[in-house]
Design a protein around this ligand. Structure first.
Ligand code: PMP
Length: 437
């Protein structure tokens, strides 16, 4: 059994305050419900707004962000390694020399020079496209929203991996889609089960609009779709007439530098590909993109113009300057090394402190997916973990139907290796007390 290694006595001020805040946060849902009843506009909301819910764990995360808590929860990239001085100089120069353009409205489809550079970025993953095929978006999150907006009617089905990205599930819910999960194993989504899932949905008369996949260093699963499965999955979707939505923010973050061909490269007319600068550069600029078949691309531009008029010119030009003037590929290589070291710290600490659990060993990206010892519930355990000053995301966040309580997602992108080891030690203490209960 693992000893509870929480290094401070339970009566210490920091622990006591984290504990009190965690209890308050855990109790907060009642207050939210009362607030809903008091909302005089409650009866006026559109149907789609009723499906929008703050996650039950959101209040806890306010506590998890306190400095005394080791957060293995968030997916924030570690930006202190960026050449911030050089970036500051180039942004100042951009505003001084081209400020009247950078601070102006821009094109709905996005800056042409940046779209040309995006083509070069995607070439590294086997996507060959023309700049006209690219729509620049406010992060790939907006691209998820736009694709769903133009394809999904209420009640349409989106097939997603089990588990799947929490932010995409939120988008699908906001358009009143029915999400049906199809399982993954260590080689990504399982083709035979996907085939069965699509066949069953068709037989039940369902309209399946999208197959949403995160092919590389899955969030939260940590696995990638194998080279052998990629063409099979695209073929299955094609045969069933389902558009593939390929969400690929992590593909360039392979620890061994090996990139697998994008699903889009097997069938460009059957895939909408999403990319992002958030993980390879900086999420603060909020720049991502979609590559889509011609007619779909036109609809995406119209939908984006209706939503935001145009993506930020200043952000796009700052990124374009960074790509042109900094060694961005060298920077990505440094990120890979940094995250590999943190992955090693994570899986090493899990092996040392939590041998009764099992976990994926990601070959890139930010996350490992941990299965708890039998009988434990990651969601129920979270307030106690936060009291012990460690946070994670319970598996339930990654399923539309609330299953997954026996899993948790641990992120190794932001905390240092020492913090990761300390966080896993604290987590092991919580798990061992749960097992003793
Ligand atoms: N897709 C996945 C799988 C993600 O993990 C994220 C960010 N966590 C996004 C999309 C959204 O990224 P962004 O909007 O910053 O490009």
């Amino acid at each position: 059994m693992t000893e509870n290694l929480s290094p401070q006595p339970a009566t210490s001020p920091t622990t006591a305050s984290a504990a009190a805040a965690a209890r308050a946060a855990a109790a907060g849902s009642g207050t939210a419900a009362a607030g809903t009843r008091l909302d005089p506009w409650f009866g006026s909301y559109a149907d789609r707004a009723h499906g929008m819910r703050a996650s039950e764990i959101r209040a806890l995360f306010a506590v998890a962000n306190r400095p005394e808590v080791v957060s293995l929860a968030g997916g924030m990239p570690y930006l202190k390694g960026l050449p911030l001085d050089a970036i500051a100089t180039s942004v100042a120069e951009l505003v001084a020399t081209r400020g009247a353009t950078a601070l102006q409205y821009g094109s709905g489809q996005g800056d042409e020079s940046l779209r040309e550079q995006i083509i070069e970025v995607m070439r590294l993953e086997g996507v060959s496209a023309h700049p006209d095929d690219v729509v620049v978006t406010t992060g790939s999150q907006q691209a998820l929203d736009l694709v769903t907006r133009i394809f999904v009617n209420p009640g349409d089905v989106v097939v997603a991996e089990a588990p799947s990205y929490v932010g995409a599930l939120g988008v699908f819910r906001s358009y009143q889609a029915e999400v049906v999960h199809s399982p993954i194993d260590e080689h990504g989504i399982v083709p035979e089960i996907l085939e069965e899932t699509l066949t069953r949905l068709e037989a039940a008369g369902k309209t399946v609009k999208l197959l949403y996949l995160i092919p590389n260093f899955h969030n939260p699963g940590g696995v990638s779709i194998s080279l052998e499965r990629r063409p099979r999955i695209v073929e299955i979707a094609q045969r069933h007439g389902v558009l593939v939505l390929e969400d690929n923010p992590y593909g360039l973050l392979a620890f061994d530098g090996e990139t697998l061909p994008a699903l889009q490269s097997y069938h460009p007319d059957g895939v909408v590909y999403l990319g992002s600068f958030s993980k390879t550069f900086a999420p603060g600029y909020r720049v991502g993109w979609a590559v889509a078949p011609h007619a779909v691309r036109e609809k995406l531009v119209l939908a984006s113009e209706a939503a935001i008029l145009c993506p930020s010119n200043a952000s796009q030009m700052a990124i374009s300057t960074y790509l042109a003037t900094c060694d961005w590929q060298g920077q990505v290589k440094q990120f890979r090394e940094l995250y590999r070291e943190r992955r090693d710290a994570m899986v090493g600490a899990l092996a040392e402190h939590l041998p009764s659990a099992s976990w994926t060993v990601p070959a890139g990206g930010f996350y490992t997916w941990v299965r708890l010892p039998a009988g434990l519930d990651a969601k129920a355990m979270l307030p106690r973990a936060v009291t012990a000053r460690v946070a994670y995301v319970p598996g339930t966040a990654f399923y539309a139907d609330g299953s997954g309580a026996d899993h948790m997602r641990l992120s190794f992108c932001y905390p240092t290796p020492d913090q990761i080891r300390e966080g896993v030690r604290r987590l092991a203490g919580v798990v061992s007390s749960e097992l003793d209960l």
